[in-house]
Design a protein around this ligand. Sequence first.
Ligand code: CP
Ligand code: NVA
Length: 301
Amino acid sequence: MKDLLSVCDIQGEVEYILELAEKIKHGEIEDKPLEGKTLAMIFQKSSTRTRVSFDVGMYQLGGRGIFLSSQDLQMGRGEPISDTAKVLSRFVDGIMIRATKHRDVEELSKYATVPVISGLTDLEHPCQALADVLTIKEHFGDLKGRKLTFVGDGNNVCNSLLLIAPMLEMDMAVACPKNYIPNKEILKKAKKIAEKNNCEIIVTSDKQEALKDTDIVYTDVWVSMGDEKEELQRKKDFMPYQVNNELMNLANSNAIFMHCLPAIRGEEVTSDVIDGSQSVVFDQAENRLHAQKAILYYYLK
Ligand code: CP
Ligand code: NVA
């Protein structure tokens, strides 16, 4: 198990990594476990949370991160990903990459001889999903039997949640317009895991059905990086799925609101919800650091 490209890569290990993240967060690990180790961090897209949390995480574990914008790398001028993978593997102990195309990350992983960790692609965002379940566990004290409802675009963030939720025996619903359902392959895998673990996955355009008895209401931007050309159409299609107080009232009264951030207030979520008492978005953002330190420890130690 060398790489983390999909939540599927840590199937069977999620609970262990979560416990590790809790230990790390509470200072219960040895000092500088990654002393002398280096992580190359390739970014083909913008980032605040992923970039800073990986960089700070490496530093706090005693190692260092090297930020590499793909535009500045020779990769940006056409050097093959395979050569980049082989060369970086001679210098560093791990490679983190945020890429436009998931298949580019698969190509990198094929040729790299050090662990490759995805920091988001068009298909998945596994590190985000780990931080999210850590946040849910901290808030409710448990995960099993909880229901998470993702409202909006069946995108990369939604795909990773669909995989991680049933692994932890959580139910998950996706409320989305018909043209924006999650990736079919992911959905198939998620349903298989759910069946094995006795939990439920539903995808529906009916908000009421999706939000019934839900503990967690989760949304993400309507226009992900790379979808900018569809901006106008998307804003029209997703407006009925805006997370506002009326929508929050369809969930349990003690439900929490989550968002991977960055958020656009007035689009996918209203200010009163994201800045209100049910929102845990900044605890969730902080947990990117703790969850990723656990991932780094697990993959690089
Ligand atoms: N949630 C997340 O991945 O944020 P960034 O795009 O800022 O890294
Ligand atoms: N779905 C968003 C997530 C950003 C963290 C995107 O891909 O742009």
